[in-house]
Design a protein around this ligand. Sequence first.
Ligand code: ADP
Ligand code: MG
Length: 567
Amino acid sequence: MSKIKLLDKHLIDKIAAGEVVERPASVVKELVENSIDAGSTCLEIEIRNGGIDYIQVSDNGAGIEEEDLVMAFARHATSKLETEDDLFTLQSMGFRGEALSSIAAVSQVELCSNAGEGGNCIRVEGGQIVSCQAAPVPPGTTVIVRNLFYNTPARRKFLKSPVTEGNHVYETIVRLALSHPEISFCFRNEHRQVFMTSGNGDLREVVLALFGRDFSRRLIDINLQYGEIKLSGLIGRPDLTRKNRKGQIFIVNSRVVRNSMLSASLEDAYRDLLLSRERPVGIIFLNIPPGQVDVNVHPQKTEVRFHDEKTVYMAIKTAVRQELLRLADPVAAKESYSHSEQTPLPGKTSTSPYIADSNGYRERPLPSEDFLLLFDTYDDETPSFKVYGQWQNAYLICEIDGDLNIIDQHAAHERLLYNQLKENPAKGLSQELAVPVAVELPPDLLMLVESRLDYLSELGYRLDLLGERTVVVRSIPTIAVGGEIEALMEILDTWQEGLPTEEAILDSGLKILACKGAVKAGQRLEEREIIELISRWAVTENRNFCPHGRPVCYTINRTEIERLLKR
Ligand code: ADP
Ligand code: MG
């Protein structure tokens, strides 16, 4: 029996009209949501040219029966909603019956499906059915969308570059994969796999597959039943923060939603733990009786309204606060849970070097942290020295073994870091970006990257190629934090000049990293930093020359001074 019916006019009016298809990412979202509604456990998504030329979503769901194929493309045709009352108790992602018809109106769609009784394929272009016939396809549904907005040039013009559109698609799939840990998502861009989640239901595993180990290690579990609201998910430790709210994902009844109150509740829970510009990270699932939320505010169904906002706010704040408190003091947390609202949390003591902004770029840690991060403890062989100070924020004036030294602070630090990098290749000196950064490169540089992926990984850069123009930077050398992309470009530029030996290739990269990581001329140093620097530099190999061969210090002894002053 046919399952798809037209909505009655009254109901259509109840559903706000609006555009569903704005860009490739919105197509992907609608198609994936259809697959989820069809009970799929495994999804494969592929895009080409940022999704503008080609989007494919394949699922292993229930499929569409032959007699429903044409109806599926009719406006306001849905199998998910029958009466007005359903609108308020709905569990499915879709229900407006708008997506397939809207997508097919502005592109060339091919949908093949097998609901168990043999397969069929239907082609719809610009809203017109071109063909519909039997075809041997596997169980489930595959939708291919080609040439988005091919017949509406004005809208096509508003699309951004393929890289930007591809990034939107990536972010959309990331959110969908996070909201459905029980479904395996495989995402390919231009035939290359970008990520794949296992679908075993474990949110932490999804996070691991998407963002890597370093990120997932800094998350803690939350779990709370608060009245009728069930809350679970992962939140960032106070040392995992971002400069925007992209790391805050709220999933209400399996749907990723936007709502400023939700962010406020999370941020209020961290209030005294973070610096003012830092935003906490959280992936929070809320299960709320469907009658108490309204998701039908916007055609893309990303906005929600809660009937009782205050309770939702308190549920999140309590759940988050409780775990942060436990983290700060496991014993006290137990005792004070009932009045956790009033319990002050210890403030943050240091800035983490692991802070990403929207581009995945970091704020540069303070120089003192560079030192703490990279230096070992004092050495027995450290010569005796006395620091007189810093001159013009560029030179360190000190006495070493009785001689006066004027040390170029940048060159000295550069030598030190270079020696250290040489001894200890990237292992342990690389860190994963909270959000991978896409960098567009000209084809020649891209080929260079492809041929030198191993060298780059030894330097601490883990990169994936994405399409013909883009590399996705996933891990970066810790030493270059804040200037990682700049350093990468400089390394590629140097390599383009052609370097003879394998050692020279690696070496040139290490030099650039050491230079990027070293304190600059013009940077004021605290006395303890100067002492740290000199004590390390004084015992390092080839200390008198920077890695590029320039002298590091000017030394003069008492006899020479006396001669100069004609004493
Ligand atoms: P809605 O999802 O709001 O119902 P759509 O236009 O997205 O509207 O889809 C129309 C109908 O096509 C759905 O109600 C469903 O019956 C069917 N359909 C679409 N995609 C799939 C799929 N991947 N698997 C099974 N059925 C699908
Ligand atoms: Mg739909």
